[in-house]
Design a protein around this ligand. Structure first.
Ligand code: FES
Length: 157
């Protein structure tokens, strides 16, 4: 059932929004996990904003819902608990620090590897939190752990 209560075209079903919980609860816990159309996601509530992404880290499938949130270069990131990769909450970009080999004494700079973790849309309606899976057609590294052999949740037949 969609947010407006209407039935969806089966082809588009996986892109319909799904209610994952109540606003009052995530504001207390600041994070929650959910399965949206057989895809595991984590939803963060951080500094007044909601962010949803694939739950398993694009690097090796680490559990992002167990990571800490820290700012890097002024951008809030989830830090994967396994190997400490930094992923921006807003865009899913992997951040790394680079140094100029010609000037090793220079301060390292934060750079982006591009979008590595798939971000999903969060909406709030009448005190309920809804997640809509990303329809962006690009191949995202985190898709491997969300849809492949390493997927935890298997589609029931
Ligand atoms: Fe996340 Fe390696 S699995 S940093």
């Amino acid at each position: 059932m969609d947010l407006d209560g209407s039935e969806q075209d089966p082809e588009m079903k996986e892109y319909s929004s799904v209610c994952v919980g109540r606003e009052v609860d995530i504001k207390k816990s600041e994070r929650m996990t959910a399965v949206v159309h057989d895809r595991e996601v984590v939803i963060f509530y951080h500094k007044g904003e909601y962010h949803a992404m694939d739950i398993r880290c694009y690097h090796s499938g680490g559990p992002l819902h167990l990571g800490e949130i820290e700012d890097f270069d002024g951008r809030p990131c989830i830090v994967c608990p396994w190997h400490k990769y930094k992923i921006t909450l807003a865009t899913g970009e992997g951040l790394y620090q680079s140094i100029d080999p010609k000037d090793p004494s220079a301060k390292p700079k934060w750079c982006s590897k591009g979008i590595k973790q798939r971000i999903h849309k969060v909406t709030v309606d009448n005190g309920n939190i809804y997640v809509t899976l990303s329809t962006e057609p690009f191949k995202c590294d985190s898709d491997f752990y969300a849809t492949g052999d390493f997927k935890v949740i298997k589609i029931s037949s």
